[in-house]
Every structure is written in structure tokens, then in C-alpha cells.
Design a protein around this ligand. Structure first.
Ligand code: HEM
Ligand code: HEM
Length: 178
């Protein structure tokens, strides 16, 4: 059942989301610093952040759907049990956060007085604006984004360790091409 490497769709989605999520994280932090005056500039970047975030959510759902319906490579040979378990736990948590972050972003925005726009197209309002809920969800959105950033740092450390110390070709499993 297990292939040696991730298939093309998984590889493409992994890199598209890696780039997209890192850019989206940077954009989120940066846009918070934009002054409210002159009006419009801050709103433009917030709307862009929401639109890109919603688009990325579609790719996250595609990736998760693909992941559960297709085989993935077996553990790297001779992986100690605790490492196999840790890597599965971190991957699972990253998937959960890739979903939780945009969901809390969207829900928080849906409680703000402004409509959520998807590349200029206003989505229907779900409920009345509620500033307390908006604030609470923005808080969760921010914290979950930071937790994902920490897990990605751990993920990168693991990749560097496999590549530089163990030299077991782990990165090839996620490489584009044959
Ligand atoms: C936002 C950034 C990233 C996220 C959210 C992320 C997430 C993930 C997830 C969830 C998996 C597990 C795939 C699965 O089995 O379904 C994975 C695998 C992998 N990622 Fe990332 N990744 C990111 C960035 C990177 C970067 C920058 C690198 C390399 C420098 C990298 C290298 C790999 C490799 C080599 C695997 C395969 C691991 C294995 O075969 O066990 N990732 N990544
Ligand atoms: C897809 C992945 C996403 C990532 C990685 C991400 C990341 C971030 C980050 C790092 C911030 C700055 C947090 C802070 O310092 O307070 C932020 C703020 C924000 N994000 Fe996202 N975001 C994503 C998706 C979304 C989506 C889909 C929406 C809405 C449809 C959204 C709406 C917002 C809003 C409204 C803020 C400002 C919160 C506030 O302070 O009121 N985000 N995001």
C-alpha cells in the first residue's frame, strides 16, 4: 500500500500551502500595523488577507480529502517508535491548525460590521455584528497562527536533521518531479 514518496498532487499542495500560509502569516502581522487613516488602505489589505485565506482553505480541504483517500510513504526505515509517533502527531496538529486558523478568521470577520469579501464579491451576512465575539475569535485566530508557526519551525528542524545529520533523503519524498 505504501509508496516511496508523496504523489504529485500531495507534493504540489504541500508546497503551494507552505508558501501560501507563510505569506498569509506575514501579511496578517504586517496589515495589523497599517494606520486607519487614510481610510481604505487598511481595508484593502484586510480584504486581500481574507480572500487569500478563503482560497487557501479550499486547497487545505482538497489536501485533507486527498490525504485520507490516497496511500502515503511508509516511515523512513529504522525510525524509532517515538519519532514516528511525534512526526504523526505534529503532522496531524498542523492539519488541524490549517483548518482552525481560517475558520476562526472567517467566523471572527463574520461578527464584524464589515461584510466578508472574496476578491471583491461580498458574501452574505450570517448574523448581526457582535464586537465581543469578533474580539474573542480574533484572539484565537492569532494564537492558533502562532502555534502553527512554532510547529512549522519544529517541522523544519526535523527536515534539516534528516537532511544534514541522518542524510536519509527524507526531502526527496516531498520533491517535485520523478
Ligand atoms: C507552512 C509551512 C509548512 C507546513 C504547514 C507543512 C506541513 C506538512 C505536513 C502536514 C506534512 C505531512 C504530509 C502528510 O503525510 O500528509 C509535511 C510533510 C513534509 N514536509 Fe512540510 N510543511 C511546511 C513547510 C515545509 C518546508 C519549508 C519543508 C522543507 C524545507 C518541508 C518539508 C517536508 C517534507 C520533506 C515532508 C515529508 C515528511 C515525511 O515524509 O514524513 N515542509 N509537511
Ligand atoms: C489561511 C490561513 C491564515 C493565516 C495563516 C492567517 C494569519 C493571520 C495572522 C498572523 C494575523 C495577525 C494576528 C495578530 O497579530 O493579531 C491575522 C489577522 C487577521 N486575519 Fe488571518 N489568517 C488566515 C486566514 C484568514 C481568513 C480566512 C480570514 C477571514 C476570512 C482572516 C481574517 C483575519 C482578520 C480579520 C485579522 C485581523 C484580526 C484582528 O485583529 O481583528 N484570516 N491572520
Amino acid at each position: 500500500m505504501n509508496n516511496e514518496r508523496y504523489n504529485r498532487v500531495m507534493v504540489a499542495l504541500h508546497w503551494l500551502l507552505a508558501l501560501g500560509l507563510i505569506a498569509q502569516f506575514g501579511l496578517g502581522l504586517w496589515m495589523e500595523e497599517i494606520p486607519k487613516d487614510p481610510p481604505g488602505v487598511r481595508a484593502f489589505w484586510f480584504n486581500l488577507h481574507k480572500s487569500i485565506g478563503l482560497l487557501l482553505t479550499l486547497f487545505v480541504l482538497w489536501r485533507m480529502g486527498w490525504r485520507v483517500t490516497h496511500a502515503v510513504p511508509a516511515d523512513v526505515p529504522n525510525t524509532p517508535d517515538w519519532q514516528a509517533k511525534l512526526s504523526k502527531a505534529v503532522h496531524g496538529l498542523m492539519y488541524l491548525l490549517m483548518l482552525l486558523i481560517p475558520v476562526t478568521g472567517f467566523l471572527g470577520s463574520s461578527f464584524s460590521p464589515y461584510p466578508v469579501k472574496f476578491f471583491g464579491f461580498a458574501l452574505p451576512r450570517l448574523w448581526e455584528a457582535q464586537p465581543e465575539l469578533k474580539e474573542a475569535l480574533a484572539e484565537v485566530h492569532e494564537n492558533t497562527a502562532w502555534i502553527l508557526a512554532a510547529l512549522v519551525a519544529l517541522h523544519l528542524l526535523a527536515v534539516v536533521w534528516h537532511t544534514v545529520v541522518k542524510k536519509d533523503g527524507l526531502l526527496n519524498r516531498m520533491r517535485w518531479g520523478s
